[in-house]
Design a protein around this ligand. Sequence first.
Ligand code: GLU
Ligand code: ZN
Length: 322
Amino acid sequence: MPNSQESPVPVVYRGRFAPSPTGPLHLGSLVAALGSYLDARAHGGVWLLRMEDIDPPRIQPGAVDAILRSLDAYGFTWDEAIVWQSQRQAAYAEALEHLRQTRCVYACTCNRKAIGLAARQGADGPVYPGTCRPQSPSIHLQNPHAALRFAAPNACLRFKDRLQGQIVCDMDRDLGDFVLRRADGVYSYQLAVVVDDAAQGITHVVRGADLLVSTPRQIALQQALGLPTPAYLHLPVLLDAAGNKLSKQTLATPLTDANPLPALLMAMRFLGQADAHPPATLSEFWPWAIERWSPQDLPRWRGAPQSAPVNPQSPVHSLCNP
Ligand code: GLU
Ligand code: ZN
């Protein structure tokens, strides 16, 4: 059991790590992998691996193998067969069809420039101004070259993050209608994650706080599809000296597979899980880390894109203005 004050302790715990193969793992992705792994294992839970290889133009050749090699070298073990998003098109199409029948989808032919000119800035970039949104979203989506958007509910969405606390989001103001399938036919991250988290029976999502802006969208989709909402915990995100999230774009250094222990200990320290007597070997690391895992010691700030620390006194945090 984790050294935590959270209660009640869940009976079933199914967690996951869902990397996108846009590059090799780096210290930032290790933090997310480690946080989700330790939280699952400390709860006696199952931990799954999902390869989010859904967006062909963004996949880097060799990245899938590099990620699997690193996870293996670092000592992560997953409990079921890897789920590959590239093989799940039929499930995404089925979900989209359900949303179409319940009139939650419409075709959008706006280009990026038109949206940029008309849009306000929201919590996660420009808020789509609803230009193509019909009064009542059509059940006919004839244009094969249009993007398909989710007609997001005009509602205030609230959820409690296990670390970040109560989050409130005005869907219309902060996020707007988002894409479910791009004009080139690629299903969006938001749709794929919701369908796959449900299909894999995920009960607990632990991931970086850069994805906090995606969570209200995913919850709105879960509700529209009649799917359960998992518990969420958004970890602080590791930033580089310039304040950017570590990523392939910011040229984050890939993990060295030959010597995993220093990076694992660094990730533990970053997550507030330091200890006066850290283990000296990789095989000692894992039992120690699972035993040490205490969600209440996690630093309660988000990192990019909202770099302001969360005010622990405040009961509710707006997505736009933490
Ligand atoms: N594939 C996403 C990423 O690498 C993470 C998805 C998730 O954890 O929900 O950023
Ligand atoms: Zn449009």
